[in-house]
Design a protein around this ligand. Sequence first.
Ligand code: ADP
Length: 453
Amino acid sequence: MNETKPSSDRGKIAKYLDTVDQRAADLYKNIGDKSLDQPKLALSYLAALANALEELRVVEEEICRHNEVLQQARQELENERHRYQELFDFAPDGYLVTDIHGKIHDANRAAAELLNVPQKYLSSKVLTNFVPEEQRRVFRSLLLQLRSIDRIQEWEISLLARSKPRFEAAITVVTVKDSKGKVIALRWLIRDITARKQMEAQLHQIQLQNLELIEADRVKAQFIATMSHELRTPLNAILGFSSLLLRHVQRRFEPQQFTMIERIFENGRHLLSLIDDVLDFSKLRSHQLELQLETFDLANLVVTTVEELKPLGAKKNLDLQVHLVQDHILVVNDRNRVRQIIVNLLSNAIKFTDEGQILIEVDLMPRAHLTITVRDTGIGIAEADLTFIFQEFRQANQTMTRSHGGTGLGLAITKALTELIGGNISVESELGQGSTFIVELPCQVQLSTRKKL
Ligand code: ADP
């Protein structure tokens, strides 16, 4: 709508009226001055009168048109008001209009529902009455503040609905001012935030429990560290003495006694590796495992580790092969941890393979990465088990692995270690078709970029 039109129309109409008025005055003056016995003169006055009347008709038409425009504008305003009233009424949050003392003038349905008072009875009620006794003083001071500030945003307060438990609300108040800038009313938006508050309380509770769990984890890790230290000391003595007996005083024992000492030594070693696994796992879980980075030749590490494990493979007539992409592969990593990864994968391959071959390959990859692949021709892993073999204490085939021994921690530690040094591990396998474990590592581990587990 062109807003300047009515006022310019009004100017035009006033001008028309002025002209007609002027003509009528001239006519009146002329008629008063002259005698009317001359018919010619009378005719000319009549013609002037007819002209004036014609102009008046034009003015009348102009007024009618102007009236129509006004009617239309009024209708549009009414529609707009209706739209806003509907928005106000059906808004999901509570809306109120009060005077500056908090006396309610208007309330929408949501406000009536929130305060549990029928909409028509809310008018003239005082909002302060819905505020719990102990918060009223603060509420009144908020009302006073609103005379000098324009808006209060998301103020959290409890409200008392009629015959219902109190609820938590977030209130936003905006002032309504007259043309002189004096505050004449307040518009309130009231949102029930009970559910949000409950969620926040739950979240807080969960955070507290989380902290307690972290502390419990720390205490557990500490306990495991102390326990493994305490266990390791006598175990090392058992291992030391039994290996001494095996090596030096071998001839003094009957073969049966010798076998018993051998079993003491083997079981002791097994127990020690178990304690080491539990300790490592606990450290990895509580992020206490520190890496010792150094530059070393990975090719050399692979060859020597395979040599160490060859006797284990030889017991089962397994052929252990190494394929290296080049004779020397210099890397920056934690040598002992990389060795631990290789030992875990190789000893699993030997454990779960009864005949055939075990192959360990090292390849260089793009973006300064390399892969260590361990392939075996063993029992393989069913597809359903592939998803959880990396989880702690999970074993693919409980009866099978029970006969092979093991705790189900090896792969969990291997995965956690691999990720700690910024790499990842994957497996391809099929039941009865052997397994392939692929470890991808960066050639140079940087402490700042390694992943937090
Ligand atoms: P553990 O060997 O002590 O049982 P791991 O975490 O090292 O625990 O391995 C978890 C399970 O994954 C094993 O129990 C076994 O079922 C399966 N697994 C691991 N490596 C192989 C492999 N090379 N061939 C077949 N199964 C394997």
